[in-house]
Design a protein around this ligand. Sequence first.
Ligand SMILES: [Zn+2]
Length: 134
Amino acid sequence: MTVPDHQAAAPLGAEAQYRQALDQGRFLIQHCAGCDRAVFYPRMICPHCGADKLAWTAPDGRGEVYSTTVVRRKPEAGGDYNVALIDLREGVRLMSRVEGLAPDAVHIGMAVRAQVARQDGRGLLVFVPNKEAP
Ligand SMILES: [Zn+2]
Protein backbone atom coordinates (compact mmCIF):
# COMPACT_ATOMS: atom_id res chain seq x y z
CA MET A 1 0.00 0.00 0.00
CA THR A 2 1.33 3.42 -0.87
CA VAL A 3 0.57 6.57 1.01
CA PRO A 4 -0.62 9.45 -1.19
CA ASP A 5 1.97 12.20 -1.68
CA HIS A 6 0.08 14.84 0.22
CA GLN A 7 0.30 12.65 3.31
CA ALA A 8 3.88 11.60 2.79
CA ALA A 9 5.34 14.27 5.06
CA ALA A 10 4.21 12.32 8.10
CA PRO A 11 4.03 8.66 7.12
CA LEU A 12 1.44 6.65 9.00
CA GLY A 13 2.59 4.02 11.43
CA ALA A 14 1.93 0.40 10.59
CA GLU A 15 -1.15 0.16 12.79
CA ALA A 16 -2.63 3.36 11.35
CA GLN A 17 -2.08 2.04 7.81
CA TYR A 18 -3.77 -1.21 8.76
CA ARG A 19 -6.78 0.63 10.20
CA GLN A 20 -6.98 2.97 7.22
CA ALA A 21 -7.16 -0.03 4.87
CA LEU A 22 -9.90 -1.61 7.02
CA ASP A 23 -11.84 1.66 6.86
CA GLN A 24 -11.62 1.33 3.07
CA GLY A 25 -12.98 -2.20 3.31
CA ARG A 26 -9.68 -3.98 2.78
CA PHE A 27 -8.07 -6.51 5.11
CA LEU A 28 -4.29 -6.43 4.77
CA ILE A 29 -1.50 -8.16 6.60
CA GLN A 30 2.22 -7.72 6.18
CA HIS A 31 4.69 -9.94 4.43
CA CYS A 32 8.41 -9.92 5.12
CA ALA A 33 10.72 -9.94 2.11
CA GLY A 34 13.60 -10.88 4.40
CA CYS A 35 12.29 -14.26 5.57
CA ASP A 36 9.23 -14.77 3.34
CA ARG A 37 6.83 -15.02 6.27
CA ALA A 38 3.51 -13.34 7.03
CA VAL A 39 3.43 -10.80 9.84
CA PHE A 40 0.54 -9.77 12.07
CA TYR A 41 -0.05 -7.59 14.16
CA PRO A 42 1.16 -4.67 11.97
CA ARG A 43 4.63 -3.43 12.87
CA MET A 44 7.69 -1.79 11.39
CA ILE A 45 10.21 -4.57 12.02
CA CYS A 46 9.75 -8.28 11.24
CA PRO A 47 9.37 -10.26 14.50
CA HIS A 48 10.86 -13.35 12.82
CA CYS A 49 14.08 -12.00 11.35
CA GLY A 50 14.37 -8.33 12.32
CA ALA A 51 14.25 -7.02 8.75
CA ASP A 52 12.40 -3.80 8.00
CA LYS A 53 11.23 -5.01 4.58
CA LEU A 54 7.56 -5.45 5.41
CA ALA A 55 5.07 -5.06 2.56
CA TRP A 56 1.28 -5.01 2.70
CA THR A 57 -0.47 -7.93 1.15
CA ALA A 58 -4.07 -9.11 0.89
CA PRO A 59 -4.38 -12.48 2.63
CA ASP A 60 -6.46 -15.29 1.20
CA GLY A 61 -8.91 -14.58 4.03
CA ARG A 62 -9.58 -18.18 4.90
CA GLY A 63 -8.67 -19.56 8.27
CA GLU A 64 -9.60 -21.81 11.12
CA VAL A 65 -10.81 -21.17 14.65
CA TYR A 66 -7.98 -21.87 17.09
CA SER A 67 -9.91 -21.01 20.23
CA THR A 68 -13.23 -19.44 21.02
CA THR A 69 -15.01 -17.90 23.94
CA VAL A 70 -18.30 -16.16 24.54
CA VAL A 71 -18.39 -12.74 26.16
CA ARG A 72 -21.62 -12.38 28.10
CA ARG A 73 -23.49 -9.10 27.90
CA LYS A 74 -26.96 -8.03 28.87
CA PRO A 75 -29.36 -7.91 25.92
CA GLU A 76 -29.74 -4.13 26.30
CA ALA A 77 -25.94 -3.82 25.96
CA GLY A 78 -25.98 -5.74 22.68
CA GLY A 79 -26.15 -9.31 23.90
CA ASP A 80 -23.50 -12.02 24.01
CA TYR A 81 -20.77 -12.06 21.43
CA ASN A 82 -18.00 -14.32 20.32
CA VAL A 83 -14.27 -13.70 20.64
CA ALA A 84 -12.03 -16.08 18.77
CA LEU A 85 -8.41 -16.63 17.89
CA ILE A 86 -8.18 -17.35 14.18
CA ASP A 87 -5.31 -19.01 12.38
CA LEU A 88 -5.04 -17.67 8.85
CA ARG A 89 -3.71 -19.87 6.06
CA GLU A 90 -0.78 -17.47 5.84
CA GLY A 91 0.37 -18.71 9.23
CA VAL A 92 -0.59 -15.84 11.49
CA ARG A 93 -2.96 -15.93 14.44
CA LEU A 94 -5.23 -13.03 15.22
CA MET A 95 -8.02 -12.13 17.58
CA SER A 96 -11.39 -11.37 16.07
CA ARG A 97 -14.95 -12.55 16.30
CA VAL A 98 -17.04 -15.00 14.34
CA GLU A 99 -20.43 -13.71 13.24
CA GLY A 100 -23.38 -15.18 11.41
CA LEU A 101 -24.21 -17.81 14.01
CA ALA A 102 -24.88 -18.02 17.74
CA PRO A 103 -21.78 -16.98 19.74
CA ASP A 104 -21.62 -20.36 21.49
CA ALA A 105 -22.03 -22.31 18.23
CA VAL A 106 -18.51 -21.36 17.14
CA HIS A 107 -16.16 -24.30 17.64
CA ILE A 108 -12.45 -25.02 17.48
CA GLY A 109 -11.35 -26.07 14.01
CA MET A 110 -14.27 -24.36 12.29
CA ALA A 111 -13.43 -23.07 8.82
CA VAL A 112 -13.97 -19.34 8.58
CA ARG A 113 -13.23 -16.50 6.22
CA ALA A 114 -12.47 -12.85 6.81
CA GLN A 115 -14.94 -10.09 6.14
CA VAL A 116 -14.67 -6.36 6.73
CA ALA A 117 -17.75 -5.15 8.58
CA ARG A 118 -18.56 -1.57 9.49
CA GLN A 119 -19.02 -0.40 13.04
CA ASP A 120 -19.43 3.23 14.04
CA GLY A 121 -18.29 4.29 10.56
CA ARG A 122 -15.04 2.35 10.73
CA GLY A 123 -13.90 -0.89 9.21
CA LEU A 124 -13.94 -3.89 11.54
CA LEU A 125 -12.41 -7.27 10.81
CA VAL A 126 -14.78 -10.15 11.53
CA PHE A 127 -14.99 -13.76 10.40
CA VAL A 128 -17.94 -15.76 9.13
CA PRO A 129 -18.30 -19.53 8.68
CA ASN A 130 -16.72 -20.66 5.42
CA LYS A 131 -19.22 -23.11 4.06
CA GLU A 132 -17.18 -23.78 0.91
CA ALA A 133 -14.33 -25.24 2.93
CA PRO A 134 -13.33 -28.80 2.11
ZN1 LIG B 1 11.33 -11.48 8.35
